[in-house]
Design a protein around this ligand. Structure first.
Ligand code: DC
Length: 227
């Protein structure tokens, strides 16, 4: 039954604008939105809060299955974990690195896969992640894979953090991004690769609006074909 509900997947590494584009697209279509990276971040920060070590896979899986997560439907980015507002903590750069470690554990990916598919509700879903088009929703109506050079992604992240008033080092950011790419792309389970049928868009020299225009055009064509 759920397979008749259309899904658009937007995968790629961080700093390619995929979170922004996914949010814009779900708003434009009036569809649900899945930020799958946030689920991995929540497992990582939630386990740490509870004192569960990342090597204790049984307890980590139990936590991933049982955690109560509430995403705001208002596009304000607020996230509650077991009743506590945690969005600032979840968005921290350090949480991204921790999420990448947790995301390399096959049992955690398995535990979260069921939770992710639950987001497929009418009238449709825009799913943002690394393996949305390859593993979680292989039957998606339309798949995108956004890329950009590591240098450009580090620059974008640098500007974001500086604008937030944080002091950051560009070289360290670039090294973090490269380490995370390496881990996400080379892990044994669900590595970060484009689906064979994905539309690959290099966003290095494009503005968010230019990327969105391309994504929306391809999506509209796919929707027209499917009806
Ligand atoms: O998209 P993000 O930066 O919030 O993701 C955080 C980490 O979670 C990222 O390093 C890789 C992992 N992740 C994943 O393995 N699979 C997904 N579908 C989403 C995120």
């Amino acid at each position: 039954m759920s397979n008749s509900i259309p899904v658009i997947t937007i995968d790629g590494p961080s700093g390619t604008g995929k979170g922004t584009i996914s949010g814009m697209l779900s708003k434009e279509l009036g569809w649900h939105f899945l930020d799958s990276g946030a689920l991995y971040r929540l497992v990582a920060v939630g386990a740490e809060k509870k004192g569960i070590s990342y090597s204790n896979i049984n307890d980590l899986v139990d936590f991933a299955l049982a955690m109560e997560v509430q995403f705001s439907t208002q596009f304000d980015g607020s996230i509650e974990l077991n009743g506590e507002e945690v969005s600032a903590l979840v968005r921290e750069e350090s949480s991204a690195g921790k999420a990448s470690q947790v995301a390399a554990i096959p049992e955690i990916r398995q535990a979260l896969s069921k939770r992710q598919r639950v987001f497929r509700q009418p009238p449709g879903l825009v799913a943002d992640g690394r393996d949305m088009g390859t593993v979680i929703f292989p039957d998606a109506l339309c798949k995108f894979f956004l890329t950009a050079s590591p240098e450009e992604r580090a620059q974008r992240r640098y500007k974001q953090l500086i604008n937030k008033g944080l002091s950051v080092n560009l070289r360290a950011l670039l090294q973090d991004i490269q380490a995370r790419d390496e881990r996400d792309s080379n892990r044994a389970v669900s590595p970060l690769v484009p689906a064979e049928d994905a539309h690959v868009i290099d966003t290095s020299d494009l503005s968010i609006d230019e990327v969105f225009t391309q994504v929306l055009l391809i999506t509209r064509q796919a929707l027209t074909k499917s009806t």
